[in-house]
Design a protein around this ligand. Structure first.
Ligand SMILES: [Zn+2]
Length: 270
């Protein structure tokens, strides 16, 4: 999954600077400080930061919320001329944290940690800090608020994208119905990354529960690790062809949003 970028950077920078033959990655943790200095901010101003958590996901991996945003970031980084920061894997989980293998970092520890990570990216001269978020619940609100705060204070531009929500129209168009937490959409995304991440033989529809309408009921722990956004829709069907189509379309939509927002920031002179 490591993204080789020599050819792409050559295209991006054709007519400008020569490409260092040593430059072979877009991953911040795989490049050395001299490579970083050559590229940021002169040639690369955008960083993609994947964020996830560990929590149960029906018959797919506890780390689905980590694996999905990492895959998205690596897939789209060349298209938006971005580097990829190491993922923040431990997150603010919510009512599924009682399940085996799940972790949660309390909000009072999570918030300042994320703030420090974002400030570190800003200090390293990235102008556009794109948070590719893989987990919902309370984490979305924390990330949106911290990202805006850091943008304001550090004079950088931040964007938070919750991929599964932003891609809900792709879910509808590919599968003909809504998805769910660990439902058709998220299972499909995992299958497209690696089919061995999904254990169809362990699945039964009784594992799923429709998410409660606001104000109706709430339970701790959540009684199911598959939460349907809409009753009767989003049960996994394990169709690999559709999974691949979904994966490609979600990544296209994510890349287009990031490109559009950056272009508009530039045009507005922000
Ligand atoms: Zn998930």
């Amino acid at each position: 999954m490591n993204t080789r970028v020599g050819a792409i950077l050559a295209i991006v920078m054709s007519g400008t600077a020569a490409v260092s033959s040593a430059q072979s990655t877009r991953d911040l943790d795989r490049m050395n400080w001299m490579e970083f200095r050559e590229y940021v901010p002169a040639k690369v101003q955008t960083v993609l930061l994947p964020l996830g958590t560990l929590e149960p996901h029906g018959v797919t991996a506890n780390g689905a919320d980590i694996l999905a945003p990492v895959a998205i970031a690596r897939e789209i980084a060349p298209r938006v001329n971005a580097f990829v920061a190491p993922v923040v894997p431990y997150g603010f989980t919510g009512s599924m944290d009682a399940y085996p293998g799940a972790f949660t970092v309390p909000e009072d520890a999570y918030r300042p940690y994320i703030r420090a990570v974002l400030l570190g990216l800003a200090k390293n001269k990235f102008k556009n800090i794109i948070l590719v978020n893989g987990h919902g619940g309370g984490q979305t609100a924390v990330l949106s608020s911290v990202a805006a705060e850091v943008g304001r204070e550090a004079g950088v531009r931040t964007l938070v994208v919750n991929w599964w929500s932003y891609a809900s129209d792709v879910t509808l168009s590919v599968f003909g119905q809504d998805g769910g937490h660990a439902g058709e959409n998220e299972n499909a995304f995992m299958m497209a990354i690696d089919p061995s991440l999904v254990h169809k033989e362990r699945y039964s529809p009784e594992m799923a529960t429709a998410n409660p309408a606001p104000g109706t009921w709430s339970a701790y722990p959540n009684p199911s690790s598959i939460g349907l956004y809409k009753a009767g829709e989003g049960y996994p069907t394990f169709n690999l062809a559709k999974a691949k189509e979904y994966y490609a379309k979600v990544n296209d939509k994510m890349a287009a949003l990031i490109q559009e927002v950056i272009t508009k920031w530039d045009k507005a002179g922000l």
